[in-house]
Design a protein around this ligand. Structure first.
Ligand code: NAP
Length: 294
């Protein structure tokens, strides 16, 4: 399988496309805003005029758009991917979206003789750049095996989770863990600062101990520098936490920490900070302006 259509070429998608090209795949792309992909268009990919056209005549179609509504649009829209994909094509949605939506796509794909896989990722923009993503796969095991070489072009830790929607549920578990880890990082360094300690000195020590995490390692230095550029958008993190809350509720689970972090992030988004990176959660703790490092 060498011909790939790739829909949604943003922070993550761009690096993933580049890694597919490096491994010799022929990639055609479509992105809602063409001006944002002029750079990658100079690197040997073809352009399609719509998501449906991008899917036409491709053995594999990968989607990496933003929200569940974007996924719905590109798959179910008139002349969209499901309408245009060639018989027996593999449809791989790598967007973080709702597990129920993955199941809906899977059922519709099956009716049309298509294969469908949910394969959300973790590892952030650096993982995407370095072809080092963790990929969480849901769908038929046989389809996972068939698509494994494609996943290997973009990721390192590729794990089959079970039936359709399982990849998304595993990703929700990841986001729940991130909510706890990220808020812990923010509280730890706010506390250290308020006690008059030098945060970078504290970071040197505790990032190497039992409290260390990739959230701490990657995001605390950005917080110290006041660098709030997105690797992972706050608005996307909010989308993920809302999906996770809904799925938890359906199972009668009350996830208190997740709820708390979601409402803090919502508050920041209401102040217009949704397009910042998730490290801007530290700003929630700086509201009283007692600390001057942000
Ligand atoms: P992004 O930069 O906003 O990329 C999404 C791209 O999809 C944008 O370029 C957007 O077009 C395009 N798009 C949206 N709707 C579309 C449509 N209907 N048709 C065609 N293109 C469409 O976001 P990202 O950071 O790459 O994240 C993508 C997904 O991966 C999200 O679900 C996110 O939660 C997840 N994720 C992100 C990270 C991370 O660290 N960034 C890590 C793991 C998972 P426009 O250019 O017009 O906006």
């Amino acid at each position: 399988m060498k011909k790939i259509g790739f829909v949604g070429v943003g922070i993550m998608g761009k690096s993933m496309v580049r890694n597919l090209i490096k491994q010799g795949y022929e990639v055609t792309i479509y992105n809602r805003t063409k001006s944002k992909v002029e750079d990658v268009l100079k690197e040997g990919v073809k352009w399609a005029q719509s998501a449906g056209e991008c899917a036409k005549d491709k053995e594999v179609v990968i989607t990496m758009v933003g929200y569940p509504k974007d996924v719905e649009e590109v798959y179910f829209g008139h002349g969209g991917i499901l309408d245009q994909a060639m018989p027996s094509a593999y449809l791989i949605d790598m967007t973080t979206t709702s597990p129920q939506l993955s199941i809906r796509i899977h059922e519709e794909a099956k009716k049309r003789g298509l294969h469908s896989i949910d394969a959300p990722v973790t590892g952030g923009d650096s993982g995407a750049k370095n072809a080092a993503l963790t990929i969480l796969v849901g769908g038929e095991k046989e389809d996972y095996n068939t698509c494994l070489p494609i996943f290997k072009a973009m990721g390192r830790n590729i794990v089959y989770q079970g039936c359709s929607g399982s990849g998304q549920h595993a990703k929700m578990a990841n986001q729940i863990a991130i909510a706890g880890a990220l808020s812990g990082v923010c509280e730890a360094f706010t506390y250290a600062k308020r006690q008059g300690l030098d945060q970078e000195t504290v970071f040197q020590a505790i990032s190497q101990g039992a409290a260390g995490s990739s959230q701490m390692e990657q995001l605390a230095p950005k917080m110290f520098r006041g660098d709030f550029e997105p690797g992972f958008f706050m608005k996307h993190f909010i989308k993920d936490m809302k999906i996770a809350m809904e799925c938890a509720k359906e199972k009668g689970l009350d996830l208190g920490v997740l709820q708390q972090v979601l409402s803090m992030c919502d508050e920041l988004a209401d102040e217009g900070k949704g397009n910042l990176g998730t490290q801007s959660l530290i700003q929630y703790y700086q509201k009283d302006k007692q600390d001057d490092w942000v």
